[in-house]
Design a binder for this molecule. Structure first.
Ligand code: 4NP
Length: 142
């Protein structure tokens, strides 16, 4: 799961998907990272921690990582939250196989960045939560 800072959107997607995968006893590895390096090593934004906690997901132990091209080897799918993330991740791909791993998390839409708008955390949680269910259903068939 990749966004810009790895402190708001991708930690939510990471924590929500990890919890659902665990509940379904799937043996999937879920991680997250940011295309920007400003927040490396930091916990998620307190507003992201709070909205996740409100819905029973604990993301407080996560620490922000910087997206690294080595992730193309480590992961089967790279889900990005918006089109800038998509461009930034694709720019680090070495080949078509790498590019094929990159997907907009919402398919045809973006997860809006809630960093500068407190009101967005709840709807962002909801849209990520719903999409995580679909991702599990889709990838379980893959
Ligand atoms: P995120 O949100 O990409 O969902 O983690 C942001 C976090 C930090 C910044 C921008 C977006 N920032 O500019 O520091």
């Amino acid at each position: 799961m990749v966004c810009l800072g790895n402190i708001c959107r991708s930690p939510l997607a990471h924590g929500i998907l990890r919890q659902k995968v665990k509940d379904k006893q799937l043996n999937w590895v879920i991680e997250s990272a940011g295309t920007g390096d400003w927040h490396i090593g930091e916990a998620p934004d307190r507003r992201a921690i709070a909205v996740a906690k409100k819905y029973g997901v604990d993301i407080s132990a996560q620490r922000a990582r910087h997206f690294n091209p080595a992730f193309f080897q480590e992961y089967d799918y790279i889900f990005v939250m918006d089109r800038q993330n998509f461009a930034d991740v694709c720019a680090q791909a070495e080949n078509q196989e790498d590019l094929n791993k990159v997907r907009l998390f919402l398919n045809d839409d973006i997860v809006p960045d809630p960093y500068f708008d407190d009101q967005l955390f709840d709807p962002v949680f909801q849209m990520i939560n719903q999409r995580c269910e679909e991702v599990i259903a889709e990838l379980s068939l893959a």
